[in-house]
Design a protein around this ligand. Structure first.
Ligand code: NAD
Length: 253
């Protein structure tokens, strides 16, 4: 019974930005739970494809810069053409730009907002239109951040975008829960990936961060495996609009 609740056999998950880091770990976890994967991104997800195939599943790769795509419906159609259906969307692609707020450029503001929040909204909208049109269930999992809850420092557009992800997760859930579309988010804590390479390399910041994490370690991408499968599965069918922290206890401090 409990295993069935988390079984995703025969389902199809679209994961954005899964060539590295958290997206890669989540795509592999979803494949291990039974999904075929549609990988969308700007960089080659070679390693991810190999791991998905090792899990006995298939991966369809779509090369797309989500900041530039003006027809998200095409991405959804291509996923459906590849595997006959789409059940899960993980909006993971994201970037960060660091500079003092007084010096922060409009270009850095737009670049981050375009990927982290605008593309997330438009792709979610395209997936929801597809599911509502054919009366099928759907699961949307957005990737938020500790900066959905906190202000951060030197990352104004990132904080704005990720605070937006938390709000939008609620807003979309309010409209789409009645269609059996679950919109939820995962807020990772400090995870060891490219996104945080600068923080990990800064000896002082690294020590400050570690000292504040109750689990006393950086999160690893695989720490998101269980949470993403849970939010993609029937086990979370009555969860709507929730942003779930996976943070080693960071927010509990
Ligand atoms: P990452 O840099 O390894 O992964 C980001 C992915 O997004 C890459 O695959 C990249 O190619 C893709 N991407 C970037 N711009 C894109 C675009 N325009 N179009 C398509 N794909 C694009 O870093 P990560 O840490 O794995 O980040 C994944 C997500 O997790 C991001 O949304 C990030 O903000 C979020 N996050 C990370 C942390 C952390 O501590 N690492 C914490 C909280 C949230």
């Amino acid at each position: 019974m409990s295993q069935q609740l988390f079984d995703l056999s025969g389902q199809v998950a679209m994961v954005t930005g899964c060539s590295t880091g958290l997206g890669q770990a989540m795509a592999i976890a979803l494949a291990q739970a039974g999904c075929n994967i549609v990988a969308i991104g700007v960089s080659d997800p070679k390693e991810t494809v190999t791991a998905i195939e090792q899990a006995g599943q298939r991966c369809h790769v779509i090369h797309a810069d989500l900041a530039q795509v003006n027809d998200m419906a095409k991405l959804v159609s291509e996923a459906v053409e590849a595997f006959g259906q789409l059940n899960i969307l993980v909006n993971n692609a994201g970037i960060i730009r660091r500079a003092d707020a007084v010096d922060f450029t409009e270009a850095d503001w737009d670049a981050v907002m375009d990927v982290n929040i605008k593309s997330l909204f438009l792709l979610s909208q395209a997936a929801a239109k597809h599911w509502i049109g054919q009366h099928s269930k759907g699961k949307i999992i957005n990737i938020a951040s500790m900066l959905s809850f906190q202000g951060g420092i030197r990352v104004p557009s990132y904080t704005a975008s990720k605070s937006g992800v938390l709000g939008l997760t609620r807003a979309l859930a309010n409209e789409w829960a009645k269609y059996n579309i679950n919109v939820n988010a995962i807020a990772p804590g400090y995870m060891a990936t490219n996104n945080t390479a600068a923080l990990q390399a800064d000896v002082q910041r690294n020590q400050e961060i570690l000292a504040r994490i109750p689990a006393e370690r950086w999160g690893q991408p695989a720490d998101l495996a269980g949470p993403v499968v849970f939010l993609a599965s029937a086990a979370s069918d009555y969860m709507h609009g929730h942003t779930m922290a996976v943070d080693g206890g960071w927010l509990a401090r």
